[in-house]
Write a protein that binds this ligand. Structure first.
Ligand code: IVH
Length: 716
């Protein structure tokens, strides 16, 4: 009772004794959630609720620093058992930058800004220019001038809590002066200097250990150590250059903000400068480029930012990039070496990818031994349209002397060949037509849209190819497919690796087989009696499943979630679909015509469906699955609703429903939901922040309504 009352109280109103009790409760509760999340992979609360608990804990600690517990969640780096970090949702997403590769690209960037803001060509847009540090970004949250959470970027929305590790970095202040606002999030780059990197590698060598590849990866590895003592032993550094949430703004310009960060004790880059014109900023790019080798740390370009924050606000973002900033990358670095062999890797979708095995060579400080050769035609010296590339279509042969290029993080490429150094008797490369993983035929599909062969050769082994099997299994358990509680990508991959599950149908025989095993699931690391029993129950729950999920789960190429729904709705039962899919092998048949006649299903998907069902091993696996699982009959689409048969696009942020909900609702009512606006679109439902789609709808004269209009229309 008492605990429940405390949990609801405002942090500012807690007495010291109450705060102590509340910190104890939070420590226990957060630890319990960590266990569920990490060890059992079964979180019982949302990320947002979890973050709220951590933030409450941090806020109480900030108010009563003396009460901080030795087992405080804010000190604990992730949940130790499974060796991972806790997740942190960024209050303001961490975005990335668009790239420019030439002066013209930068000119276009400024022209775009002028057009967007409606400025004349004679009006200057002041820009800052600073080095783009080649490290990894981090976000530091200070509440009441104390560092409470430090996180990696992660996917931009959710990062990893590496607070304890970031606290070991000397450039990062743990507390801020009184002048700093109550809540600030400082963002910047964690990096390693060349000197520190060299010293680390000397140490590694002296101990007979493998050396590190480059400063950036080493910095990233150092920051993501579960033991903060290891991070502390690596002399990481930090430059502050951006911010997230701010309870008050100390300046109105980018330059002013960075000066404030410096005044609060952050290290900022000394080469940052402000310029009135783009030409001056480009001059600074060249200046920085000329100093690059002398800086003592890696940079891979120059970042330009609009200086005026009011303009930044007006400019906003396009997808995940701010419109007001761009990274001007330095040109790629090249080297010459020998092509010693070509490996064929089989990717997740069965694509056969040629990888060049090179005589190791250093490119821009990194040793490169592998590089991409793209595809069969690229090796032959042919481009996308079959046209000769590399002069008169020079091909690559084993033993050739080749030029390779490495740009930043990108996988190195083989660019060109020196024919004068080709060894005598070198033969053109024969690209395999048999999958090296499973021995099935590997084919280049005919693309009916372009009338050409696909650039990629693919293995037809599907479910039996080991290179594809793990990926197929992950797809099978994905959220829009079977979505089995407690059996995520990670678990199913581990089961595959350990030989417990090879095909999707094996998932449904797991419990029966487990009963006969010596070492049972519950004896495996990370599992217990309850979690194993829960998993078997969750699997059983999926023995009946919506038809569209079943079809999507099969992982037929070109059959995404939307296509699976169309198929389910059209055929109603799996038997009807399978019969049609088998008969569609005959392109002259009525069934083929029926398949491509379904609104929204094109030749490519129909072709892939027919091919999938033409493979014996796929049909056998389907039979095994059907022995375990019953796909339900699909609901027929409603025909008498105001939106039946209409093509609807949702855009902008929806406030009363999630995207998934909106989509499901519209489809239930017989509408088709599309991701883009075209002349065929009947209706656009736009929430706040809608951008290009709204503009397109206006151009095309498509009806636009808001969320309330939508509910009024469907009578909800
Ligand atoms: S500004 C909203 N400034 O580059 C824009 N980023 O490719 C925030 N980076 O994720 C980024 N040096 O990790 C900015 N001086 C700099 C940078 C910089 C390095 C990194 C950062 C970002 C990535 C984008």
């Amino acid at each position: 009772m008492e605990q429940a009352r405390l949990a609801k109280m405002n942090v500012a109103e807690l007495s010291e004794a109450e705060a102590q009790a509340e910190l104890a409760r939070l420590a226990a509760e957060i630890a319990a959630h960590d266990r569920l999340y990490y060890a059992e992979d079964k979180p019982s609360i949302s990320d947002a609720d979890y973050d709220a608990l951590r933030q409450r804990n941090a806020a109480i600690e900030a108010r009563f620093p003396g009460l901080k517990r030795s087992d405080s969640p804010s000190e604990r780096v992730g949940a130790v058992p499974s060796g991972r970090f806790a997740k942190v949702r960024h209050a303001v997403p961490m975005l990335s930058l668009d790239n420019a590769f030439s002066d013209d690209d930068v000119g276009e960037f400024v022209a775009r800004i002028r057009r967007f803001l409606g400025l004349g060509t004679d009006e200057d847009v002041a820009l800052t220019a600073e080095p783009k540090i080649d490290g990894l970004s981090a976000s530091l949250r200070y509440e009441n001038r104390r560092l409470v959470i430090g996180a990696t970027r992660g996917d931009g929305a959710v990062g990893e809590d590496v607070t304890a590790n970031l606290k070991t970095i000397g450039d990062i202040p743990k507390t801020l002066p009184d002048a700093a606002p109550d809540v600030i999030e400082v963002r910047g780059e964690v990096y390693l200097t060349h000197a520190a990197f060299a010293a680390l590698n000397e140490e590694q060598e002296a101990q007979g250990k493998a050396t590190y590849v480059n400063p950036r990866n080493t910095a990233a590895g150092s920051l993501r150590q579960l033991d903060a003592a290891i991070t502390a032993s690596r002399p990481l550094k930090f430059f502050a250059y951006a911010w997230g949430e701010m309870s008050a703004m100390p300046a109105e310009t980018q330059m002013g903000m960075v000066e404030a960060l410096a005044a609060w004790g952050f290290a900022v880059n000394p080469l940052m400068q402000r310029f009135k014109t783009v030409d001056e900023a480009l001059g600074h790019y060249r200046e920085i480029e000329s100093q690059r080798a002398l800086l003592g740390y890696d940079i891979d370009g120059v970042v330009y930012k609009v200086d005026d924050l009011a303009l930044q606000n007006r400019l906003g973002f396009v997808s995940r990039h701010p419109r007001w900033a761009i990274a001007h990358k330095f040109p790629a670095e090249k080297a010459t070496t020998v092509l010693e062999g070509i490996d064929i890797q089989v990717g997740r979708t069965g694509a056969l990818t040629p990888v060049a095995k090179l005589k190791p060579v250093t490119v821009g400080g990194v040793v490169v031994a592998n590089a991409t050769l793209h595809n069969e035609d690229y090796i032959k010296g042919l481009g996308r349209d079959g046209e000769p590339i590399r002069d008169a279509g020079k091909d690559f042969r084993i033993g050739d002397t080749v030029t390779i290029e490495r740009a930043g993080d990108v996988i190195p490429k083989v660019l060109d060949v020196d024919l004068s150094r080709r060894p005598k008797g070198a033969k053109p490369y024969d690209f395999p037509t048999i999958c090296p993983e499973c021995g099935s035929e590997a084919v280049r599909e005919h693309n009916p849209k372009t009338g050409r062969l696909d650039a990629v050769r693919r293995c037809t082994g599907g479910l039996i190819c080991p290179a594809q099997a793990a990926q197929r299994l992950k797809h099978f358990v994905a959220r829009d497919a079977f979505d089995i509680d407690g059996l995520g990508a990670k678990q199913v991959e581990a089961f595959y690796r350990d030989g417990l599950v090879a095909h999707p149908s094996d998932i449904f025989t797991l419990a029966a087989r487990d009963a006969r095993l010596q070492t049972k699931l519950q004896d495996r690391e990370g599992w217990g009696e309850t979690s194993a029993a829960n998993l078997f129950a969750a699997i059983d729950e999926r023995r009946t499943i919506a038809l569209n999920r079943f079809i999507y789960g099969l992982g037929i190429r070109h059959v995404g979630e939307g296509t699976a729904k169309l198929l389910a709705r059209h055929f109603g039962t799996f038997e009807a679909f399978a019969e049609a899919a088998r008969a569609a092998a005959d392109r002259e048949s009525d069934v083929w015509a029926e398949l491509i006649g379904i609104d929204g299903i094109g030749d490519t998907a129909a072709e892939a469906i027919a091919q999938f069902f033409a493979e014996d091993h796929n049909r056998q696996e389907i039979d095994r699955l059907l022995a375990e699982v019953t796909p339900q009959e699909a609901e027929q689409a409603a025909a008498d609703t105001p939106v039946a048969g209409k093509i609807v696009v949702f855009t902008g942020s929806l406030e009363q429903m999630t995207r998934d909900e909106a989509k499901a609702m519209a489809e239930r009512l017989g509408a088709k939901v599309s991701g883009s606006v075209s002349a065929k679109t009947d209706l656009v439902v736009a929430g706040p922040g809608a951008g290009s789609k709204l503009k397109k709808a206006a151009e095309l004269g498509v009806e636009v309504i808001d969320e309330n209009g939508w509910f009024a229309l469907i009578g909800g």
